[in-house]
Write a protein that binds this ligand. Sequence first.
Ligand SMILES: Cc1cc2nc3c(=O)[nH]c(=O)nc-3n(C[C@H](O)[C@H](O)[C@H](O)COP(=O)(O)OP(=O)(O)OC[C@H]3O[C@@H](n4cnc5c(N)ncnc54)[C@H](O)[C@@H]3O)c2cc1C
Length: 266
Amino acid sequence: MNYDLLIVGGGPAGLTAAIHARARDKSVLVISNDPLSSPLCKAPAMANYPGLPGVTGRELVERLVKQARDLGAEFRQGRALSVMPMGKSVMVSVENDAVEGRAVILTPGVSRAAPLNGEAELLGRGVSYCATCDGMFYRGKSVVCAGDAPNFEEEVEFLRSIGCQVEVKRLAGLSILGGDGVTGVRNAKGEETPCQGVFLLRASIAPAQLAPGLETEGGYIKVDGRMATNLPGVYAAGDCTGQPLQLAKAVGQGQKAAHFAMEAMG
Ligand SMILES: Cc1cc2nc3c(=O)[nH]c(=O)nc-3n(C[C@H](O)[C@H](O)[C@H](O)COP(=O)(O)OP(=O)(O)OC[C@H]3O[C@@H](n4cnc5c(N)ncnc54)[C@H](O)[C@@H]3O)c2cc1C
């Protein structure tokens, strides 16, 4: 086992969970895009955050990251691509790597991107979320890349370096075409581009795609009073569990999720 607790997402909910778990001496890995790339970091002042009136979004995230690091939480920068309960542990794949923990807390915030037409149907049959994981299957083939992931350019360069013919498209209004496999994409203007693979390189991944079988309601992860989801060893906290999308609720749920995940570990 690599860690007691894995945390997907380095926002206020995930960082609070990490702080709480480290204060109880559990080993913790926070898997996240750069926490300072969060839209929250652009907020000029938090008027309603208890005890720190006027703190900027960036300062709050910086302080939380420092507190978690100082307490001994480890960080792995990158996108978590899938979460798989394995019975007594949970496996999380990060880019083209995998880590194992006794439990995982999902705190990815809200996924602002609606799924594209054809995305769910063709996932794994030409649609991929990770170029460095699946690129080799498309060597010498035509692929389309779209998204806003922080490492988007690197992923595109990787595909070019292994001999893929890459076209970059805007995500908005894109449809993915195909039957048994991907045959092309259609953009918002109705123009079609033939291709054999589509790499959707978004900063965040919708919860139901991140963890197959995860119960959601209106796009939010369903949790019980202990912040447990329907999947064994998988907890969730923060904006991803639904309204209100507010800091105080995110940190409260992060603390609760860590508390109950550790209680279940014994
Ligand atoms: C501009 C702005 C101003 C705001 N002002 C206020 C305010 O004044 N008061 C208030 O109460 N609330 C405010 N909010 C809302 C508040 O920021 C959120 O409620 C809070 O940030 C939720 O915390 P979270 O940890 O659940 O998610 P987030 O803060 O969204 O953090 C999620 C993190 O997970 C990362 N991530 C997502 N998916 C993956 C993945 N697959 N792999 C790796 N990493 C991933 C994201 O990049 C991000 O870093 C504001 C939000 C914004 C954007």
